[in-house]
Design a protein around this ligand. Structure first.
Ligand SMILES: [Zn+2]
Length: 388
């Protein structure tokens, strides 16, 4: 009897948290929002010849799926892996990645993608029924310690830069190697690192604190005269991994007008996934690009995936501690090993809309989460640049 009562109480709680939502309502609201995803790594495939227009593939992103998912704007990652620092090839790689966005994505499919660099561009292109395509550099080592290269990247259209990837560079500590012996750390940002942030402010390039070490985050927050943001990070209170943000960090970022764009990587969403994949993930990261089938198979068999409900739980937490203006979407599709059940690829965003509506979020809330908050940050960054 106690079990049944317990079950009934649980059911009552579940129903109290949800409302039923029709397909028509999901579609109507999903079509009415401007969905901006601030991190997609399909560029690591297009740069080696992959056709984003090809509908059937084993990844998370293609043009047809982007249309089905209702993408309004996509920041494509200009990802520069740490190994390009060997022989100073980081800038070469960044230029190749910029070219793949412009040549293999935008120029190849001009009826679908339009190059964008401002918040106004995004809204104008969205009204035309096309997808605004933007670029963010992932890995501050891409500037090869030169503010001149930073300015060149801005001229080429880069509108955010993740200060580090998983590697500490010459001017900023990364969350990815704080425990690694032999890495020279700086206790956050060096003086030059602070200059980089100030130059990004002056130019109008968003300061992205995803991937950075905690001290780097606090330094960037203190130095930046515009609101920084996290292009693809989640909550450490739910999944305790260094890549996620603590509640204190989220609240402080929100106070400065910034936004946390929730990452869909299962490990960042679910502690269970993080624990189960702890040993496998570094091996897979080392083998990135090699398509190591044995490792992939082991991962599939032993690691439980996260779910759509986990994504909603991260959004809920950010809203609870920092407010509805502090949260957005940075999927990291095609840059992650494991995607949540129900959000397997870019076509599945309407499932998230349904889940948020069921949880009691209004259409206006969803508009903020999906793009309104990010547009606000972009405009604030643009305004700071105009003042300088
Ligand atoms: Zn990343």
């Amino acid at each position: 009897m106690r079990t049944i009562c317990g079950f009934l109480v649980l059911m009552a709680i579940c129903f109290a948290q949800t409302r039923s939502v029709t397909d028509a309502e999901v579609q109507k609201i999903h079509k009415s929002v401007l969905l901006i995803d601030t991190h997609n790594d399909i560029t690591s495939r297009t740069v080696t010849g992959y056709d984003i227009g090809k509908a059937e593939n084993d990844g998370h992103t293609n043009l047809k799926a982007m249309r089905e998912g209702g993408l309004g704007a996509q920041f494509f990652a200009v990802y520069v892996a740490a190994n390009y620092t060997n022989g100073n090839r980081s800038a070469w790689r960044a230029l190749e990645m910029i070219d793949t966005v412009k040549h293999d994505i935008i120029a190849r499919y001009p009826n679908d993608f339009v190059f964008a660099t401002t918040a106004d561009d995004i809204e104008r292109i969205h009204k035309q029924g096309k997808i605004a395509a933007l670029m963010g550099i992932e890995g501050g080592h891409a500037i090869e310690d030169s503010l001149r290269l930073l300015r060149d990247y801005y001229e080429l259209g880069i509108r955010y830069m993740t200060l580090t990837h998983a590697n500490t560079n010459n001017w900023a500590d990364s969350s990815g190697d704080m425990d690694k012996a032999g890495v020279k750390h700086h206790d956050g940002l060096t003086d030059f690192g602070k200059q980089v942030v100030r130059e990004m402010n002056r130019l109008g390039m968003m300061v992205d604190i995803s991937h950075v070490a905690d001290k780097t985050f606090w330094d960037a927050l203190a130095v930046s005269s515009a609101p920084p943001f996290a292009s693809h990070s989640s909550c450490r209170a739910i999944s305790n991994v260094p890549r996620n943000m603590t509640d204190d960090m989220i609240v402080a970022l929100a106070k400065k007008g910034g936004v946390v764009q929730v990452n869909f990587a299962c490990e960042f969403l679910s502690q269970k996934t993080a624990d189960a994949s702890k040993e496998l993930l570094p091996k897979m990261a080392a083998a990135r690009g090699e398509n190591n089938r044995a490792l992939m198979e082991e991962y599939r068999k032993t690691v439980p995936p996260a779910s759509l409900a986990d994504v909603v739980a991260h959004i809920d937490r950010i809203v609870k501690i920092a407010g509805i203006n502090a949260v957005g979407i940075g999927s990291d599709f095609d840059g992650i090993q494991c995607v949540p059940q129900g959000l397997e690829d870019v076509s599945k965003f309407p499932n998230l809309t349904r889940a948020l509506l069921e949880k009691g979020y209004s259409a206006d809330d969803i508009r903020k989460i999906y793009g309104g908050n990010l547009l606000r940050v972009m405009r604030a960054v643009e305004a700071v640049a105009r003042r300088q």
